[in-house]
Design a protein around this ligand. Structure first.
Ligand code: SF4
Ligand code: SF4
Length: 496
């Protein structure tokens, strides 16, 4: 099945012996010139790219005090070394977070520190060179920007920020990644990552209305471009067609139907994902975000609600107001933006929707905290709400719920292995190996509690797990949407 070795699942998470350079070959395809240029980057490696790369690094450090502190502050304590799922799954020492950081740090030192300028060998500083660029291209595309390492770093050094900076520099000198840059281009051209045009979207949604009517006997609507609707739902485009994502979308529609909330999707902003963050490009991240603002204004909605998508929620929760605000034209009684989990949770608390847990009795459920939700955002008005609210929604929908081991969930959660713009077939070996720690934790609850449903609120996690679980002998349909469970349990009232 695989032309690489699949890591074993073990009783305890083992820390592997290092194997130098075993993942040096792992590189994603480089973006073609037309995709580079449509995002405002040079089509291919520019002539004086070494100079340009150093110049861009200087700009980034000057523009971000955080980045400079991250590059200056590391004391090589080693606390982060065994915290990255890619190191645990691959054994490559350059996948230790501190080593990954050092790939950029050694260039930073060479050009921007006194010691590095005059005594480079003493401080491990090196010139920008083709070998360095190759290593950057490999190993900064082996970081899913999950931020797990930063939780354990006594200085809070965030490798994700360093990885974003490296990718931004590579884009600026003309060596961008195909997967991310093509996808961003599709959002600008068509509105979503999938390149699903408006007529196909409308068709798909009509098909869903028919499916729900047939299955549940209730005319649940999936409205699109409805002017004057109260709520604009922005969701990952995977929700429109892929399993198990689509069950989540059906769940949102049923929640709005049951609560009598007037909502709509937008064919213009038909994508919650924002891959601009993965490539560290503020300009592209802003351009994607502005589409949501424009759609909200055109449709005249009062609220914006995000569907189940991990990094989209990070961009939305942490940056949307800065990137595309102010949202002073929306109803001030609701947070901008709001997560669908917050909406459903609130309706459950107020008794505005009714759930029959027994509808999910075949499911023995555990929950995967998605990195970007867990470590880069919050939900509700309580500390740790991003951990509490999804679990409360699940527990209101099912009778059998079991958490995975504490060191593998909540702020210590392991990445699915496909985040940060790495969900591409050219990185399959990395994705399978990087999933090992999560699969290990899952195996334990399968053994102990017969868990048969892994719930998630991230489109990337869902796609990644559906693909990699069979490598670890789990069925691919074990992964499901949280709102898929809500969809099964919700009581819709009078049938037609
Ligand atoms: S951010 Fe995540 S993927 Fe990147 S080095 Fe840290 S733990 Fe590894
Ligand atoms: S935990 Fe922080 S300070 Fe320690 S080696 Fe890692 S990045 Fe450096």
């Amino acid at each position: 099945m695989a032309d690489f070795e699949i890591p074993k699942l073990t009783e305890f998470q083992l820390i592997p012996h290092t194997k130098d350079g075993v993942m040096a070959h792992s590189q994603p395809y480089v973006a073609k010139p037309e995709f580079q240029e449509s995002l405002g980057f040079p089509g291919e490696l520019v002539d004086n790219w070494e100079e340009k790369a150093v110049e861009k690094l200087g700009d980034l450090v000057k523009g971000s005090r955080a980045l400079q502190v991250f590059l200056d502050a590391c004391v090589k304590c080693g606390a982060c070394t065994d915290k990255c799922h890619y190191y645990l799954g691959t054994s490559d020492p350059l996948n230790m977070p501190v080593a990954r950081q050092d790939l950029l740090r050694k260039v930073y030192r060479r050009y921007f520190t006194f010691a590095g300028k005059y005594f480079p060998k003493l401080v491990g500083a090196v010139d920008m060179s083709k070998d360095v660029l190759d290593q950057w291209y490999s190993y900064y595309h082996q970081c899913s920007q999950c931020r797990r390492c930063s939780v354990f770093c006594p200085y809070g050094i965030d490798t994700a920020e360093i990885s974003m900076a490296a990718r931004e520099i590579m884009d600026e000198v003309g060596q961008g990644q195909k997967y991310c840059n093509e996808i961003i281009g599709k959002v600008f051209k068509i509105g979503n990552n999938l390149g699903l045009p408006e007529p196909a979207l409308v068709d798909t949604l009509e098909g869903l209305e028919e499916d729900v009517l047939e299955d549940d006997g209730v005319a649940v609507k999936f409205p699109v471009d409805v002017e004057g609707a109260d709520v604009l739902v922005v969701t990952p485009s995977a929700d429109f067609f892929a399993e198990p994502h689509i069950d989540g979308l059906i769940g949102y529609a049923k929640v709005f139907h049951a609560a009598g909330i007037n909502w709509t999707l937008s064919s213009y902003a038909s994508e919650a994902a924002n891959f601009g963050m993965f490539i560290g490009s503020h300009a592209n991240m802003q351009k994607v975000s502005l589409r949501i603002r424009e759609a909200a204004q055109q449709l005249g909605v009062k609220r914006i609600v995000f569907g189940e998508c991990g990094h989209a929620w990070r961009v939305a929760y942490s940056f949307l107001n800065t990137l595309a605000g102010p949202f002073d034209f929306l109803d001030p009684n609701y947070p901008v933006p709001q997560h669908i989990i917050e909406v459903t949770h609130d309706l459950i608390q107020r008794g505005a929707i009714t759930l029959d847990k027994s509808a999910n009795d075949e499911h023995r459920v555990t929950y995967h905290d998605s990195c970007n939700v867990a470590r880069a955002s919050r939900m509700g008005n309580i500390p740790g709400g991003q951990f509490v609210l999804p679990r409360e929604v699940i527990k209101a929908s099912v009778n059998h719920y079991y958490d995975m081991a504490p060191e593998t969930v909540r702020e210590s959660t392991f990445c699915c292995g496909g985040g940060g713009g790495l969900l591409t077939d050219d990185l399959m070996e990395l994705r399978v190996k990087g999933a090992q720690p999560r699969m290990n934790a899952l195996q334990h609850v399968v053994d102990e509690y017969d868990v048969n449903y892994l719930a998630a609120i991230c489109a990337i996690c869902k796609s990644q797990f559906a693909k990699v679980m069979p490598y670890y002998d789990f069925p691919m349909d074990m992964i499901g949407s949280v709102h898929g469970l809500v969809s099964n349990a919700i009581q819709l009232g009078v049938k037609e």
